[in-house]
Design a protein around this ligand. Sequence first.
Ligand code: G6P
Length: 750
Amino acid sequence: MRLSLRFIIPLALVLGAIAYSVVPLVDELTLKWFVRDLDIRSKLIANAVQEPLVELLTDKARDKVRLQRVQAFFTRILQDERLFALGFCDQRGTLVYRTPTLPDAVTCGEPDAAPEDAGRVLKQSIGALHITASPVEVEGQSLGELLIVHDMSFIERRSADTKKYIVYLFAAIGAVIAFITVVIAELSFRGWVAGIKALIRGQLHALSPQPEARELRPIARDLEALVRDLEAERRLRDEAQITWTPEALRTILRQDLKGEEILIVANREPYIHVRRKDRVEVQRPASGLVAALEPVMRACSGTWIAHGSGSADRDTVDSHDRVMVPPEKPAYRIRRVWLTKEEEKGYYYGFANEGLWPLCHIAHTRPVFHASDWEHYRAVNRRFAQAVEQESRTENPIVLVQDYHFALAPRLIRDRLPRATILTFWHIPWPNPEAFGICPWREQLLEGMLGSSILGFHTQFHCNNFFDTVDRYLEARVDRETFTISYGGDLTEVHRYPISIEWPPQALARQKPVDECRADVLRELGLGPEVRLGVGVDRLDYTKGILERFAALERLFEIEPQWVGRFAFVQIAAPSRSSIEEYQSLDAKVRAAATRINTRFGRPGYEPIALKIEHHDADHVYAYYRAADVCCVSSLHDGMNLVAKEYVAAREDERGALILSQFTGAARELAEALIVNPYNIEECAAALQLALTMPPDEQRERMRSMRGLVQEFNVYRWAGRMLLDAARVRNRRHVAGTRGRGKVLGLHRP
Ligand code: G6P
């Protein structure tokens, strides 16, 4: 009823307003039409009476007789009920004949003022009169004018009738519309409103099972697209307005996630305790994942669940296997999960690093899959899911699952904590379906990942590959419009979140000025102050293109021999996964290549390549970045590659040049780097030459632009975007929960 009134009152007002503006218009139009009719009528009468009137006027009879005859003639004509009066004016403009009804106000001569075929309307107290003056002629000679006066009062009567009908008509239209509307509204309005409200809250998929909402689907689709666009636009705008700092992240946690605790699941721990003789040392691992997530955890607190891999890890935890870090300023805790040597071999070295790692990287190293490794992988994923449940203080924690070590964990966590918000981030590339399809357990891996609420990759290209893969191997509904995958009744959003580094990097604060860094590094390498310096910082991994980089250096020395003795390259290579044969073989090859090039181009006191296969802490690495004229990142395939971003961040002097492989995620963001194909040795050698001869102004311009980008899109923004998305998804779940819907087909999972 309220709805009906809400609709009918405005409808009545609108129709009333229309009627009010239409009536005068209709009045004016009808008057015009009637006047034109009377003009035509007067002309017809004038033509019809022309002949008899001329006869009477030219009759030789006496004036009195002629007067009587004309009067009688006029009286006959006047029997027409519309005609009101007649008159005749002679050539001198004297009114010589008239009917008694002709008003005194009508005089000769006046009609001449009007156009010949238009009547004039004389308003009198008795009503409106229409007057025309038509010439009366005989053989081309004018005898005078016939005045024909029509009564127009019937027009006023008709106009009043018309007004009445218009009002009735509008009232009738209003009544019909109101009636139809009320009927429709009563039948379906409630359903529609519920549907549209649900839709706007992002529960479009909840509409599908409601038969009464079927007619809404086209509107729903359009609305959904609109809401999505608006949301994306708002998110971008909001995001751009925030200065992304640790405090900004904390605010999101506090405000958008109600202070919810964050749990991270990542194989590698950010602080490793190792025993060196009788001392315990803390090591920071060489891992892009750790470099990115550690500052986020410092900002957000919470728990990082990881494999306790350090030789002194067990000695440093409490009775719950937890330890607070960073050691110098504790801000969050690590919960260590212990693995046996066998488990580590099967899960970490085996399935994760001999299977999934080469499977996802196009580096032409064959993946190896063993059933026993797979069993360990499953068991360890289960162990971590159990640890998540143990560490979670609530039923619905926010869990950030990291990387290819834990493809099964999202679903296992979901089984234990159905209301958890699970964000899984895949730090390495995602291959195309053909490449992924060779994995014997491809379906299980995909099913495991689709236990996530949100799934993140570095680039849209990797998201698209994932969509294609799911499309190919699972009975799932993949919606590339909404970036969602619906599988087994649940929905997973798939988004691009390009990872980054903290800004400004912590290590930068402890650095000496650039000149001093340079002098220190040259001294350490035993090189003269004039020698130009290049740097490469990687884990010793076959995906990093270290051999290709060395080949390019060798080519540079061949084609630009002036650099021999004047340019040296420091390769920092952190030993990695050294139990794996492929890595051992790479180690040998890299050492051999460096030795060969050094033998070929070296001389006493100068080695073109300084190969440092050992662990370096962040302070040391940043000193190299600051000392180097050029940094070379030549990965054959890389999810993002944070070394490229670190080099840019280290150069607040806006000097130095970055050579960057086109096969890294970073190349999609750092367009001002010298982008190369690492397989093209000539091109890489040319890029080295270009970098070494790049004018300072150009270095500054390129650096400034790249620094701006890394600063703006730092790791706090990366984490912030994911947490905001998590908050959005949680909010939807909350809305669905309060409406008592629970888990329905297609409903957004938490
Ligand atoms: C890559 C992976 C990380 C891993 C890192 C170091 O960046 O994406 O998950 O931590 O390599 O490798 P490691 O095997 O030593 O942890």
